[in-house]
Design a binder for this molecule. Structure first.
Ligand code: IPE
Ligand code: IPE
Ligand code: MG
Length: 243
């Protein structure tokens, strides 16, 4: 499906967050409202993700991190899980074709060992292409959990220490063991769908993110809704514990 590219709104240069993180929630309810199966909501949500990623690139966002499938989402019926993974597979395939043209880097955050060989091969491919491209970085969290990520970081550090390496820990160095190594923390964290919780998303990185909650269900979220979130963010005073 193609969509008409929304004309970017002129935000003040300093108002654009460098890094936006999004909990894309509400696909199931969006479908239910229309008498459709939940899976139709995920298909619509995948389109919204494409639009929003395109728009973020147009307005100069440097990093976009989205929550696509959590470590807890395996609890859902197998049909729904399979459809979500199929949509991701399709997206990765398309993204690989367009990454260089669009100048976008793509990373998957999460435990990929639970994914199919085919998907892991695709992910390897995106990593390879990302090394050559330089534009906006899109991180898609798949089989991702914030606690699992922190535990993984601790294990990586411990393994390095056991081999005689690994310097004395600082918060900055520990960040280097996260999937987001080398990236700035999210400035703005958006959750659609009305819930006001993190649901195990970016527990380490969101320490000082500005939170924005909207009742919009993810498939209804659009460029204008993102503009509103950015305008709200731009009006905040970020003190990081200072005065
Ligand atoms: C978010 O939408 C997508 C995933 C968690 C994969 P939901 O599927 O959670 O939609 P609701 O919250 O049930 O409406
Ligand atoms: C969070 O949404 C996970 C994703 C958006 C991928 P959920 O719908 O799984 O979260 P809960 O169950 O409402 O906390
Ligand atoms: Mg949900």
């Amino acid at each position: 499906m193609t969509f008409k590219r929304a004309r970017p709104v002129r935000h003040e240069p300093g108002d654009i967050p460098r890094h936006i993180a999004i909990i894309m929630d509400g696909n199931g309810r969006w479908a239910k409202k229309r008498g459709l199966p939940r899976t139709a909501g995920h298909a619509a949500g995948a389109e919204t993700f494409r639009r929003i990623a395109t728009y973020c690139k147009d307005i100069g966002v440097e990093y976009l991190t989205v929550y696509a499938f959590s470590t807890e989402n395996w609890k859902r019926p197998a049909d729904e899980v399979n459809l979500i993974l199929d949509l991701l597979d399709k997206y990765l395939r398309e993204a690989i074709e367009k990454m260089e043209r669009d100048d976008v880097r793509l990373r998957i955050f999460g435990d990929t060992s639970a994914l199919s060989d085919r998907m892991r091969a695709l992910i390897g491919n995106t990593d390879e292409i990302s090394r050559r491209t330089g534009g906006m970085q899109v991180n898609v969290c798949v089989n991702y959990g914030g606690r699992a990520e922190i535990m993984r970081a601790a294990a990586l550090y411990a393994a390095e220490r056991a081999e005689g390496g690994g310097e004395e820990l600082t918060e900055e160095r520990f960040s280097g063991y996260m999937f987001s190594s080398g990236m700035p923390d999210p400035d703005l964290l958006i959750r659609t769908g009305g819930e006001k919780r993190l649901s195990n998303f970016l527990l380490w990185q969101a320490a000082y993110s500005e939170m924005y909650f909207t009742d919009d269900l993810w498939p209804d979220f659009n460029e204008r809704a993102l503009d509103r979130a950015i305008a709200d963010y731009a009006g905040r005073s970020r003190r990081y514990g200072g005065v």
